[in-house]
Design a protein around this ligand. Structure first.
Ligand SMILES: Cc1cc2nc3c(=O)[nH]c(=O)nc-3n(C[C@H](O)[C@H](O)[C@H](O)COP(=O)(O)O)c2cc1C
Length: 323
């Protein structure tokens, strides 16, 4: 068993968190991750309404009594009603991404939230700000990651130890992690767990369309591209015809209104849920190169733990040989 401050703080068996996954992180995936000993999350921001979030929380609780989280992306829609639902249910963890968490944390205070607070960061400055505001943990997301990755441009291998040396709260590594080697590497860098997105899309329990899951198997670490950088919200996607159109528009100085039809949620849903990969886009990170199967979440987490142990044994052997 891999025990860290993250497993202690969250009351979980394995230091592995499922990241917020727009349009995909519903009760089925969330409960599967928590049942398997990690921490699953529901993505509040892409729930159709507050009532759906409430019933999704109830469904998770019907399937597991283990801890789980609710993820909020700032600046995309009004979050008050959704936050009220999460706080009324006193979900064990609330995570927040996409901007300064201060106003959202103030809202959680006003609503009387007592659970754990996690902030996704892509720089040392953001991590220190999160700690100062009362975050219990941070996830350091490097540039390799899928989805929105922050504008700081720093890869996981440098960002994680930089954040670890800058804050005293536990740090999870994210961006490019898809197996137990990545988990062991994260621990070596000083992180106390990992958060993954792309790897969890390619699991049995994720409601992504089979065409999306198979695309993750067929493509590799060279198959992603960045969109929305000119809007100040860079995100990593699987390259394809819509991402190429977005890139061309951005290169020609298109504004947010001109880009909107191509980057909006419906265009993501067309590909991710409906399987029209040519007519939409899907978020995907470089970890795609490490994904070769579509396991159940439980099989994935079991295997990751075995792989992490093997990787650490290899490290111990290096130490032995060095005398
Ligand atoms: C399909 C997809 C959707 C995502 N949606 C969200 C989201 O709604 N909220 C969030 O905090 N992060 C989101 N992310 C980022 C992930 O939670 C995670 O931080 C990231 O995927 C880590 O990098 P990896 O893909 O290399 O594992 C998304 C990522 C993917 C792949």
């Amino acid at each position: 068993m891999l025990q860290t401050r993250v497993t202690q703080l969250l009351g979980i068996e394995r230091p592995i968190i499922q990241g917020g996954l727009a349009h995909l992180a519903f009760a089925q995936l969330c409960a599967a991750v928590s049942r398997a000993g990690g921490l699953g999350q529901l993505t509040a921001t892409t729930m159709p309404d507050a009532a759906t979030l409430r019933s999704q929380i109830e469904t998770v609780r019907a399937q597991t009594d283990r801890p789980f989280g609710v993820n909020f992306a700032l600046g995309r829609r009004a979050l008050e009603e959704l936050a009220e639902v999460a706080v009324a249910a006193q979900v064990p963890l609330i995570s927040v991404t996409g901007g300064n968490p201060a106003p959202f944390f103030a809202l959680l205070d006003r609503l009387g939230y007592h659970g754990r607070r996690l902030v996704l960061v892509s720089s040392v400055r953001q991590a220190q700000n999160a700690e100062r505001l009362g975050a219990d943990l941070v996830v350091a997301v490097g540039q390799e990651g899928g989805g929105h990755i922050g504008k700081n441009g720093v890869g996981t291998l440098v960002l994680v130890p930089r954040v670890v040396e800058a804050v005293s709260i536990p740090v999870l590594a994210s961006g490019g992690i898809a197996d137990g080697r990545g988990l062991a590497a994260a621990l070596v860098l000083g992180a106390e767990g990992v958060e993954m997105g792309t790897r969890f899309v390619a699991t049995q329990e994720c409601p992504a369309h089979p065409a999306y899951k198979h695309a993750l198997l067929q493509h590799d670490e060279e198959s992603t591209t960045l969109v929305e950088a000119t809007l100040g919200t860079p995100g990593r996607v699987l390259d394809g015809s819509i991402p190429r159109t977005i890139r061309e528009l951005e290169a020609n100085g298109a504004d947010a209104a001109a880009l909107y039809p191509f980057v909006r949620g419906e265009t993501n849903i067309a590909a991710a849920i409906e399987g029209n990969l040519e007519g939409g886009f899907v978020w995907a990170g470089q970890a795609m190169g490490l994904i070769h199967d579509l396991p159940t979440v439980a099989a994935l987490l079991d295997r990751m733990e075995d792989e992490a142990h093997l990787a650490m044994q290899r490290l111990a052997q290096c130490l032995g040989k060095g005398g």
